[in-house]
Design a protein around this ligand. Structure first.
Ligand SMILES: Nc1ncnc2c1ncn2[C@@H]1O[C@H](COP(=O)(O)OP(=O)(O)OP(=O)(O)O)[C@@H](O)[C@H]1O
Length: 352
């Protein structure tokens, strides 16, 4: 559906040149909800500007539904922009127009006959659950309701793509969740492809099927959301994932574990290690009992966090493994062969 190939964008300012995008390639399927996440300055806004054709990339191509958009003359670009509905962080509603008037605006600009506009606006407001606020003005509705108006407006011309640029960044967590649920419902009902540009991993967790992580103008990692949460590969991703999953042990727990591991080693004369396991879709209970039996290990669960991410059970488990050193090592190899991420937590240095 959306094919982004090797996009480069350099800004030239009196103070010099800055490479904001350094070869971005993405393939987004029809009907997907695809997240692009990255820290401040990563290049997200620049990428949005290139996708919605407000900026031309210096190099590379953007194709939507088979139509190459890069390099088109302005007259054709105007036409093509209607295929992309934009949702903004600041809502961008016109204060002097009612809710219905705001949603009608893109239809008026597109030259839709006046007789068709009323029924279409009514349908759109119904879709976003705002039929009852038809005649209110933006100042008379809440932030979440304003964003619903923004979404209805973005869908007015029946776009192929909804491009959401930090749409929930100005909203509280509860309102964010309702807006994300709405976007998911609209995606299911209409099949519209949604691209979510965000710096919030929580947004990705709640709604995106797949995600790409952008940093310093590069895609550093991409994949299904559940996979990225279970086994983040890049430092930036790891930091963002642990910020929303709290999947680390506290210093106190680590200190207690250090004592426990030392004690276990002294008492049994065997080895004892602390594992951090990242699971995606595997049954954690079955895994631990199989390993315990197969490798004759005593496995104790210290902390577990398992959550449903896009229908996949994703979890982080901290487990103390006790037994003969060679059996622990054999078990570690077997775990990794099951595509489970296993880190040995260096409890001594982690508490230092
Ligand atoms: N018009 C411009 N002229 C010069 N440099 C720019 C321009 N726009 C953006 N940049 C620079 O390009 C880099 C990427 O900026 P961009 O706004 O795309 O990042 P971002 O990921 O959207 O960040 P944020 O989340 O803070 O908005 C930044 O270092 C920024 O300073």
């Amino acid at each position: 559906m959306i094919h982004i190939e090797n996009i480069h964008k350099t800004y030239v300012t009196p103070r010099g040149r800055f490479d904001a995008l350094r070869g971005i390639s993405l393939e987004i399927g029809k009907g997907e909800i695809f997240g692009v996440i990255g820290p401040s300055g990563a290049g997200k806004s620049t990428l949005v500007q290139c996708i919605n054709l407000l900026e031309q990339p210096d190099q590379g191509a953007i194709t939507i539904g088979g139509q190459v958009l890069t390099g088109l003359p302005e007259s054709q670009l105007r036409q093509q922009r209607r295929r992309i509905g934009m949702v903004f962080q600041g809502f961008n509603l016109l204060a002097r127009r009612t809710v219905a008037g705001n949603v009608a605006l893109p239809l008026e600009i597109a030259g839709v006959p006046a007789s068709e506009i009323g029924p279409r606006v009514a349908r759109l407001l119904d879709l976003v659950g705002l039929a009852h606020l038809h005649d209110r003005y933006p100042a008379q509705i809440s932030g979440g309701q304003k964003q619903r108006v923004g979404i209805a407006r973005a869908l007015a011309n029946d776009p192929d793509v909804l491009l959401s640029d930090e749409a929930t960044s100005a909203l509280d967590p509860e309102t964010t969740a309702t807006i994300l649920t709405l976007l998911r419902e609209i995606n299911r009902k209409t099949g519209v492809t949604i691209v979510m540009i965000t710096h919030q991993m929580e947004v990705v967790r709640q709604v995106c099927d797949r995600v790409a992580v952008i940093d310093k103008g590069h895609i550093v990692e991409s994949g299904p959301t559940a996979r990225v949460f279970a086994a983040p590969e890049h430092d930036i991703t790891r930091a963002m994932v642990s910020a929303v999953t709290a999947s680390e042990l506290t210093d106190e727990t680590l200190a207690t574990l250090r004592d426990r591991l030392g004690q276990a080693r002294a008492e049994s004369g065997q080895d004892a290690r602390l594992w951090k396991l990242g699971l995606s879709g595997q049954d954690s209970g079955a895994l631990l009992s199989d390993l315990s039996r197969q490798f004759d290990l005593r496995l104790s669960l210290v902390q577990a966090r398992i959550e449903d991410i896009q229908g996949v059970a994703v979890g982080t488990l901290f487990v103390v493994a006790q037994g003969a050193a060679e059996r622990i090592e054999a078990a570690q190899i077997a775990v990794r062969q099951k595509n489970i991420v296993l880190e040995e937590v260096n409890h001594e240095s982690a508490t230092a």
